[in-house]
Every structure is written in structure tokens, then in C-alpha cells.
Design a protein around this ligand. Structure first.
Ligand SMILES: Cc1ncc(COP(=O)(O)O)c(C=O)c1O
Length: 348
């Protein structure tokens, strides 16, 4: 017997998620989680689902969550789809639009899962490098891709492009434009209006970051109902579990809780960005809950990453040519950021 994978699967590397240490004593600034807990209403909603209701399958269409999302963001429920995290929605988009040999275009560097998902489909990723100022690169539309994805704000740069540039791109691309707004609650603008107005725009949101629910895996997609109907065909039938549907619905109903935490994180981000040059790092302008920063005197960021890890502080470092010498630091609490800055002072 021979075990034969499809050629593209055999050839590809799997996606490697950020490190999730087993010990809880790390200051964890590596995967852009929220340092504050979710709304207490989430806890109550989860408790109501525990026990007897778990006997039954969840609502396959996550109806309660989609209705609440539609109300919160001003859509019709037929224009909303729920995912097991926004990663699940990205996978649905790849399944629905990217076939063997098809092209997906995106500015780079960006979220590396896009590349993995395209490879699984046997498609091709066409990356166009961001210019040094991380404005939207020219030439994205000229790629004539089935799907164009822009993470806005982008990861790992933390930068954002103006809504006006995305509106122009939506008009120029021949296919679908996906705007991945995982970090939009920490930014100044949102493209949700484009998902209402344009036939070809999908806006993705996640409850993992601003709503402090990374552990529940809840993503939302907003698009014209014709696109939602297509995505629904490739969705796993019960893609959200009962606890996630209840948690997400309660979190969206308590938007003020999320906004308060996002505001605290934006304030701490300001402190971090202002202090980084004093500890040897030059920050990129961030509109997210993390900051990318490059070693001012050059050289690899790996020794800094390792020295921080020994001090039980976890961040991300990059070694690709474009991001050489860069750390990506999630904005934690004021205390966590103070600990990080104190450690960086001693490491230099
Ligand atoms: C740009 C971007 N999109 C999507 C995601 C995935 O989020 P989720 O937890 O909803 O799957 C991430 C997570 O880090 C991200 O950085």
C-alpha cells in the first residue's frame, strides 16, 4: 500500500501557528491576544449552554450570532457568515474561489496563512511587496487574480492603508476583494461600508483580538448575500460549537466592554511606541494591538527574542530579508509593557 498525497500537499510546509507555552507564567506578547478578559456577559452565556444543551448539535447556521452581528454592524443576516475563527472564513474563501492554478494576490509581507491556504488549493499566490512606507502597492489589480486579500491593519507590520485606497482597489480588481479586518477595532477606519456597497467585497472580522475571545474561535464575514450563499456551500455544517455561538452573541451585545479595552490598548500602544527608540528599537507606525520594531543598530533580533524568553517574556522575531532585525510585540497591559521595556533596557 502506498500513501499518496496530492502533489501540492506533499510539497508544501504546514502553517506554523505562534508558540502557545504550557506554562502560564510567561508575559505573552507573541500572538496578539488581548490582555484583558472578555465581558462577564460572555461567561454567563457560556454557563447557560453548559450541561444538558450540549447533547444537541448547535444551530448549523449560527443564527443567533449572525443576527446579533447584523444588528451590531448594520447588515442583513443574509449578508453575514460566521466562522470558527476568521481562519475558517479564509479557508472557505480559498475553497470557494481558488482552484488548481488560480491566482490569489496580496501585498507582502502579510499573514502567512494566505499562502498556506492557496497551496492547499493547488493555486498560486502572487505577492506584491509593500513599499517602504507600507502604503498599498500599485499593481495588485493588474495581477487579474480571482481573489485579492489585504489585511488592514496588516500583520506583521501593524500599519494600515486608507479606506479610499481600498475603495479604488475594489473597483479595479477583476475578482473578489477580501479585506481582513482582524485588527480594525484598534485602527481609525473600517471598510465595512464597502461590503455593503460593492458586489465584490468581503470584510472579515474576528472576536479573537478586540473582544478577548481567541480561545473561543469566532470569526465573522460581511459581504453581499450572493457571496455569502456561495461561501455557505463550502462551510463545514456545524462550524461553530454551542459555546462559541453563545459567547460571540453575548460579546457583540456588549460592545462597550470591547471598546473600553481597545481604548486602553491604544493608550498602552502609544506608551510602547514612544519608549521603543530609547531601548534600541525603531517602531513602525501601528494601528493594531501589536507593534513591529526594528533593531536600530542593525543585526538579528533573534538574540533579543531569546534573552526575553529567558526572562519569561514571549514576542515574535523575524529573519526574512524584508523583516530582518524585527520584533513583533503584542500590546499587553501597562505592567506587561513596562516589564518588556525594562528587560530590553538590560539586554542591549
Ligand atoms: C491578519 C489576520 N487575520 C486573521 C487572523 C486569524 O484570526 P482568528 O483567530 O479569527 O482565526 C489573524 C490572527 O493572528 C491575523 O493576524
Amino acid at each position: 500500500m502506498t500513501v499518496v498525497f496530492r502533489r501540492n500537499i506533499a510539497r508544501m510546509e504546514g502553517y506554523v501557528p505562534g508558540e502557545q507555552p504550557r506554562e502560564r507564567d510567561f508575559i505573552k506578547l507573541n500572538t496578539n491576544e488581548n490582555p484583558y478578559p472578555p465581558s462577564p456577559k460572555v461567561r454567563r452565556a457560556i454557563f447557560r449552554e453548559l450541561g444538558e444543551p450540549l447533547r444537541l448539535y448547535p444551530d448549523p447556521g449560527s443564527g443567533a450570532l449572525r443576527r446579533q452581528a447584523a444588528m451590531t454592524y448594520g447588515f442583513d443576516p443574509s449578508e453575514v457568515i460566521a466562522g470558527n475563527g476568521s481562519d475558517d472564513l479564509l479557508a472557505m474563501i480559498a475553497r470557494a474561489f481558488v482552484g488548481e492554478g488560480d491566482l490569489l494576490a496580496c501585498p507582502t509581507p502579510t499573514y502567512t496563512l494566505y499562502d498556506t491556504l492557496v497551496r492547499i488549493q493547488g493555486g498560486r499566490l502572487s505577492g506584491i511587496p509593500y513599499p517602504d512606507d507600507y502604503s498599498l502597492p500599485r499593481g495588485l489589480a493588474a495581477k487579474k487574480a480571482r481573489v485579492t486579500i489585504v489585511a488592514n491593519p496588516n500583520s506583521p507590520s501593524g500599519t494600515s492603508v486608507p479606506l479610499r485606497a481600498l475603495a479604488e482597489l475594489a473597483d479595479a480588481v477583476p475578482g473578489v476583494l477580501v479585506i481582513d479586518e482582524a485588527y480594525a477595532d484598534f485602527a481609525d477606519e473600517t471598510a465595512l461600508a464597502l461590503a455593503r456597497e460593492r458586489e465584490n467585497v468581503i470584510v472579515l472580522r474576528t472576536l479573537s483580538k478586540s473582544f478577548s475571545l481567541a480561545g473561543m474561535r469566532i470569526g465573522l464575514g460581511f459581504a453581499p448575500s450572493r457571496i455569502i450563499e456561495g461561501l455557505d456551500k463550502v462551510r463545514d455544517s456545524y462550524n461553530l460549537n454551542r459555546l462559541s455561538i453563545a459567547a460571540g452573541t453575548a460579546a457583540l451585545a456588549d460592545i462597550a466592554w470591547m471598546e473600553r479595552n481597545a481604548e486602553r490598548i491604544r493608550n498602552t500602544r502609544g506608551t510602547l511606541v514612544a519608549a521603543l527608540p530609547g531601548v534600541g528599537f525603531t517602531p513602525f507606525p501601528s494601528r493594531s494591538n501589536f507593534v513591529l520594531a526594528r533593531r536600530t543598530r542593525g543585526g538579528s533580533a533573534r538574540p533579543v527574542f531569546e534573552a526575553l524568553k529567558r526572562r519569561k517574556i514571549l514576542v515574535r522575531y523575524f529573519e526574512t530579508p524584508r523583516l530582518a532585525g524585527c520584533l513583533r510585540i503584542t500590546v499587553g497591559t501597562d505592567e506587561e509593557v513596562a516589564a518588556l521595556l525594562g528587560a530590553l533596557k538590560t539586554i542591549r
